[in-house]
Design a protein around this ligand. Sequence first.
Ligand code: HEC
Length: 385
Amino acid sequence: MIPRFLLPLALTFFPAFLVAQDKPAPEKPGAEKKEGQDKKDKEKSAAKVDFQKEVWPILEKRCVECHETPHTGPDGKMKKAKGGVVLDSKDGITTSKRGKLVVAKNAAGSMIYESISLPADDEDRMPPAKKGDPLAKEQIELIQRWIDQGADFGSWTGKAKATDKAGDKPTEGDKPKGKDGKESDKDKKAKDKPKEKENTQALLEAGLKALPATTLAALQGGPFSVASIGDNSPLLEVTCVGRTDDVDDAALAALAPLAEHVTSLDLGHSRVTDEACTVIARMSRLTTLDLRQTAVGNHGVAALAACSQLRSLNLFGTKAGDYGIAALSSTKKLENLYLWQTDVSPGAVVRLRESLPETRIVVAAELPEPMAEGAGGNGRRRGAK
Ligand code: HEC
């Protein structure tokens, strides 16, 4: 294995070398340049790589056996993607919690490219040495070109199995990527895994009737904006953006008649306190709750343990502490928990990770990934923190 510090050099010079050859790709001699492409692209004069036809077959053949969307195998056991890296769907590739798998127009900064272009004997090379030879040079170059051309997936969205309920959650050994992971992905999860969402949605909707229009009309003029999550779903999305100052515990009581229907609730920056959480606790279909920058503390958070469907809970900048967090150990479906700028101690985070090994617990603003103090000893390439 070559010393790590040499790697950036290799990655920097490799692409330059390829561009310098300045000749059309051999793979697609007949392909013509698209009109309207900017000058830079023309100079590269490489035929546009078709993801589905050219790149996907490589991934499918050499990567997907280990990097498949998590699903239940024939033995009834969960089959997870290795390293939390999912390569059989566009979402998996573009929204990986592991870091930047693909950075458009920057192959050298893309983990996929990095992993396949490592020296053959590097322990991190993909596919792993025990799985055979590295990709062929032409395949590596093809993937590089695809990324450098903008990583366009065309109409391909993936091979993910529509019936899976579990998403590409990080596995236990996961650790933050220091190198390219600097971008905060706190908002990214919002667009994660539409398929999985659909399934969750169907389950939550089962047996639920839409609220009568009069119930919703009663909220008109109040500080909340209430809407169906779409497609005439009886499930509701509630926010108070723009009216946060008007939302306190008393105002929240107006949502009680909707409790069964609310699946997403954004109370960030509002004036709610622990008391509001007793109303929220009755929202049995709640999957997303944002309480950031509110006065909610331990008692409120502990009450939220009743929301058994919670997938995402944002407690950033609240008064949540160890006691409240401990109660969340029963919210097994929780995928994302945001805890930075709270009173939660590192020890409490470690304990919660033991109860919720699948949950991504974010404790620092600048890190897109959970810190790994609770995870196994492999600190390879972890960003210093
Ligand atoms: C035999 C199983 C296997 C195959 C096949 C495989 N991988 Fe992996 N991959 C792994 C494992 C295991 C990890 C986690 C390594 C770790 O966390 O140290 C991983 C991690 C990764 C990572 C994250 C690396 C990092 O630095 O954190 C990327 C990117 C990746 N694989 C891409 C690929 C690509 C692209 C292919 C196909 C060319 C591929 N893998 C094929 C097992 C595999």
